[in-house]
Every structure is written in C-alpha cells, then in structure tokens.
Design a binder for this molecule. Structure first.
Ligand SMILES: Nc1ncnc2c1ncn2[C@@H]1O[C@H](COP(=O)(O)OP(=O)(O)O)[C@@H](O)[C@H]1O
Ligand SMILES: [Mg+2]
Length: 338
C-alpha cells in the first residue's frame, strides 16, 4: 500500500547550523492516525511543515501519496497541497472574517464556484457541530468552537490528509476531549488520514494508531500505540508514557503512601501478556504474606488492558523479600520496591 505521507531520511537545517529535523523516516498509512510526540524544540512543527511542503528538506525526500514533492512543479505542488489541511494550536483564524467567511476562504482559493462553496462550507460547519454559527466572528466563540472552525476550514476542500500542530494544547481538558472526539470522527467517518504532533501522551492514547517519539530532531522510538505504552524502550518514551499512566504513583504520592503504610510497597504493571496480580497470589500464599491494595487501576488503551496496581505487602521481612524476588524473576514484572 502506498503511504499517504512518507518521509525518507529527511533532514532540515536552518541557517546558523541548527538541525531541527535530523534524519527522520516515517510512513503514515492512508486512513490511519499517526502521532508524533516530543518536548518543545524537538522539531515537531518543522516536521509538519516539511510534510506539507511549506519547508524544503535540506536532504532526504517527502512523498505524498507516493509522489516526491521535490519532483513536482509549482502548479502540481499547489494541487497536491490542496489534498492537505492543517490546524494549529492558536487556531490561526481570520479575525476580520465571519465563521462562514473563514471556512469559505480555502474554497475561494481553490476556485470553487460560489454556490458550491457556500453549500460545502455549510455542510462542513454542520459536520463540526457549528451549524447556525456562520455569521458570528471568531472572537465571539469559545476556544473549543474556534478550533472547530479551524477544523471546518481545513476540511472544506475535502483533503485526504489533516496535519494537526498541537491542536488541543490551548484548550482545557473537557474541551480537549470534545475536539479529540471530533478528530476521531474526521478519521473514521470521512476517512481522512491524520498526522498530529503533540507534547501530550494522553492525546496519543485517545486518538492515534501509531506513534513516533522525537528528541533533538530524531525519532528515538516508534510503533503501534499499545505496544509503546505497554513496553516503552527509550527513556524519553518511558517518561511520556508515565505522564499518561495515571495509575502509577509519582514521587510525592509514594511519600504519602509510605507514611500511611509501613509495609513494603510494590507497583506492578498490568498489561496484555503480563500476569500482574495473578502470579502474585500464588507467591503470597506460598510465603504467608498478606497485602493491602493502596493505589492504582487498570484502564484500556486501544481496547487492551493497561495500568498498574500498588500493594503494601505485610509479613516477615524474609517472606516479603521472597515474594518480591519471585515476582521479578518468575513473572517478569518489575517490582518498584523500597
Ligand atoms: N525558521 C527557523 N529558523 C531557525 N531555527 C528554527 C526555525 N524553526 C524552528 N527552528 C529551530 O528548530 C528547532 C525545532 O523547532 P520546532 O520544529 O518548532 O520544534 P517543536 O515544534 O517540537 O517545539 C528549535 O531549536 C527551533 O529553534
Ligand atoms: Mg511546535
């Protein structure tokens, strides 16, 4: 299958020598949602701008639907770029235009006739839940609605690909949830391929099929979202995953738990292919150790279980030691102990 968006060993060096993107290869299959996560300055925005031809790579190639952007003339490039919509953290709407005017803008640019453009714009506003808001101005709308206008404007020309640059980073958690739900519909109902960048792993968990983690212009890890969440390999990935696995106690919570629970605290990851508490019960029984469940939970990532449980083990020190040793070796679960 031809990838909707493909980067082959792409680098982008800005004058002054900073390498914003440094040898990135990635492939976004048509109809999927691909997330790129990374801290500020990692090179994510530059990567998106390379993907839609706003920036030219210093080396490597960018392909849309199998076509190398560098091989296209100015005219063809414009046509191909019409297949790509883009939304931004700060929405980037025209303040002086109405909601309808904003959505009509790309249609006018594309030379769509007035009547068709009008019908298309209204239909798109309806899809994003803003039917009847066409005459209002962006400033009269909440942040969530402004982003919906941004999405409608990006979708008006019916692109095959939507690029999202931190699209929910300026929104509160509730509004973020609504916008992510809308983006999910854009993918599932309209079949639009989505390439999004974010610094929030929760966005990846909610929306993406695959994820790549970027650091200093490079992709340090990539894979299917559940696999990356369940078994992160790179330290940066592990830190991002922890930020979205609310079941794992952070340092401050661990201190409070220790103050309340004098016994040994262990945290067991629970995931597909990991026995979690099942293997534990046999060990506890064998060594005469009791436990109290003090924190944690198991949720779902892409329909599969993921989470962790934190237990206080109570019993003779030797027996507790034996349980912890048994877990680590026999059940291949890391026991976060002290
Ligand atoms: N137009 C530019 N000129 C020079 N340096 C740039 C330019 N755009 C981005 N950079 C630099 O490239 C690096 C990556 O930036 P960016 O792609 O915006 O990262 P992110 O979106 O992950 O925060 C940063 O060090 C930034 O300062
Ligand atoms: Mg950015």
């Amino acid at each position: 299958m031809t990838a909707a968006v493909e980067l082959r060993d792409v680098a982008k060096e800005f004058p002054g020598g900073s390498r914003a993107v440094d040898g990135v290869s990635l492939s976004v299959d048509a109809g999927t949602v691909f997330g790129v996560v990374g801290h500020s300055g990692a090179g994510k925005s530059t990567l998106l701008r390379l993907a839609n031809g706003l920036e030219e790579p210093t080396s490597g190639s960018v392909l849309l639907d199998g076509q190398d952007l560098s091989s296209l003339g100015e005219r063809r490039l414009r046509t191909v770029r019409r297949e790509i919509g883009m939304i931004f953290q700060q929405f980037n709407l025209f303040r002086s235009r109405t909601v309808l005017g904003n959505v009509l803008y790309p249609l006018r640019l594309a030379g769509t006739d007035r009547a068709t453009a009008r019908a298309r714009a209204e239909e798109t506003l309806d899809f994003v839940g803003l039917a009847g808001h066409g005459k209002r101005y962006p400033e009269q709308l909440s942040g969530g609605r402004r982003q919906r206008v941004g999405i409608a404007r990006a979708l008006a020309t019916r692109p095959k690909v939507l690029l999202c640059d931190e699209a929910t980073s300026a929104l509160d958690p509730q509004t973020t949830g609504e916008v992510l739900a809308l983006l999910r519909r854009v993918n599932s109902e309209l079949g639009v391929t989505i390439l999004l960048i974010t610094h929030e792993m929760d966005v990846v968990r909610t929306l993406c099929d695959r994820v790549a983690v970027m650091e200093n212009g490079k992709v340090v890890e990539s894979g299917e979202v559940y696999e990356v969440f369940a078994r992160p390999r790179h330290a940066t990935t592990a830190a991002f995953v922890r930020s979205a696995r609310h079941s794992e106690p952070d340092a401050a919570l661990l201190e409070r738990l220790r103050a309340r629970h004098p016994g040994r605290l262990i945290t067991l990851p629970v995931a597909d292919g990991r026995p979690g508490p099942d293997g534990l019960s046999k060990l506890l029984h064998a060594h005469g150790v009791d436990f109290t469940l003090v924190h944690g939970g198991v949720g779902e990532v892409r329909g599969r279980p993921l989470g962790s449980v934190t237990l206080e083990l109570r019993g003779a020190t030797d027996a507790v030691d034996a349980v912890v040793a048994g877990l680590t070796v026999a059940d291949r679960v890391e026991a976060g102990t002290r």
